[in-house]
Design a protein around this ligand. Structure first.
Ligand SMILES: *[C@@H]1O[C@H](CO)[C@@H](O)[C@H](O)[C@H]1NC(C)=O
Ligand SMILES: *[C@@H]1O[C@H](CO)[C@@H](O)[C@H](O)[C@H]1NC(C)=O
Ligand SMILES: *[C@@H]1O[C@H](CO)[C@@H](O)[C@H](O)[C@H]1NC(C)=O
Ligand SMILES: *[C@@H]1O[C@H](CO)[C@@H](O)[C@H](O)[C@H]1NC(C)=O
Length: 305
């Protein structure tokens, strides 16, 4: 008798929890691409994640691609703890190769996307072979250059890379009279868009440092574009949705956030019962609870000899 009670009392809450979770906690938005997990605010499905990140990631043959107006990039990593992504593309110059011909993507996004993601402040863009007429060199009094070291990384050190021994470069000072420098390092914030054709540059490199800064020079830098993302203080909606067992998404307008609660969608969270389907779910759970209570009562009232 005691064991029967124990069994029922252990199974019963588990069963209820299981039923409730089957209707609320299954996340239809979480997925994988290769070995990269895709989670909020990102998604591979339209309607999942945050609307600021819609139509951004695509999984092609287990390769995660990040698509913006300046082009497509391979995603090497998504760091959810530091809210950043690492991107790479074949036309991005590194310490081993310099790619000229103006084919590089650079980095620029649609105005509506810029509040949501931008290259990090410690990511350096090194623009290579820009013309003297480049907008990069205009508007600086006495021909001072806008070129800077960013997070301890800049062209002076980059020139030390093996790739430069093949290309060769002229030494120039902090002003240009004889011609523009072969390479000019800038932070994204300084120019807001890395567009090689607009800046009249032949190529570019991008590197970032992962703190603490490694001291082994340009061959030790990480080449790629480090992008920081943010959902713009709009986390409250998603937190409330998740806390009530829902999954964050957005409506077909691609703007309005929505909470997916299994068999209904809510404009707030899953506790705001606004749908017939949800009350049916809960009544099913309570009917079952009632049945089991009845059985328990019957067992208690009819002890076996
Ligand atoms: C994913 O796989 C690649 C190689 O296929 C590896 O370099 C990388 O470290 C892996 N990333 C994670 C997060 O496991
Ligand atoms: C880059 O600049 C060129 C020339 O100004 C322009 O036609 C092109 O649309 C720009 N590309 C992006 C992605 O903004
Ligand atoms: C960048 O740092 C290097 C090495 O520390 C230094 O030689 C160079 O003058 C700096 N460049 C600029 C533009 O500040
Ligand atoms: C809820 O919204 C998602 C995403 O827009 C959609 O795929 C799903 O069909 C909707 N579910 C219901 C029950 O309307």
């Amino acid at each position: 008798m005691t064991t029967l009670f124990l069994t029922i009392f252990t199974i019963f809450p588990t069963l209820i929890l299981h039923l409730a979770s089957a209707n609320g906690h299954v996340n239809p938005c979480r997925s994988y691409c290769g070995n990269i997990s895709i989670d909020y605010p990102f998604s591979l499905r339209y309607g999942c994640g945050h609307p600021g990140f819609r139509d951004l990631l695509f999984c092609i043959n287990d390769v995660l691609m990040f698509h913006i107006s300046s082009g497509s990039y391979r995603v090497l990593e998504i760091d959810y703890a530091y809210q950043s992504l690492t991107l790479h593309e074949p036309h991005l110059s590194t310490c081993d190769t310099i790619v000229l011909g103006g084919k590089g993507n650079g980095f620029s996004v649609e105005p509506w996307q810029s509040p949501y993601f931008n290259p990090t402040a410690d990511n350096v863009f090194m623009l290579i072979g820009c013309s003297a007429q480049s907008p990069l060199f205009q508007g600086f009094p006495e021909k001072h250059l806008p070129c800077r070291n960013v997070s301890g990384m800049g062209c002076e050190e980059y020139y030390g890379c093996p790739a430069w021994s093949l290309v060769g470069h002229r030494q120039v000072g902090s002003k240009f009279g004889s011609g523009p420098p072969e390479c000019c390092a800038v932070a994204f914030e300084a120019i807001k868009a890395i567009n090689l054709s607009k800046l009249e540059c032949e190529g570019y490199s991008s590197a970032y440092s992962l703190a603490p800064l490694r001291v082994d020079g340009p061959s030790g830098w990480s080449y790629g574009i480090r992008v920081r993302y943010s959902v713009q203080g709009n986390e409250e909606f998603c937190r409330a949705c998740g806390a009530t067992g829902g999954t964050c998404g957005y409506g077909t307008d691609g703007v309005r956030q929505m909470c997916m609660c299994g068999n209904f969608n809510s404009t707030s969270n899953c506790d705001s019962v606004s749908s017939a389907t949800s009350s049916r779910t809960w009544s099913r759970v309570s009917t079952l609870a009632g049945c089991l209570m009845g059985i328990l009562g019957w067992i208690a009232a009819n002890p076996k000899p």
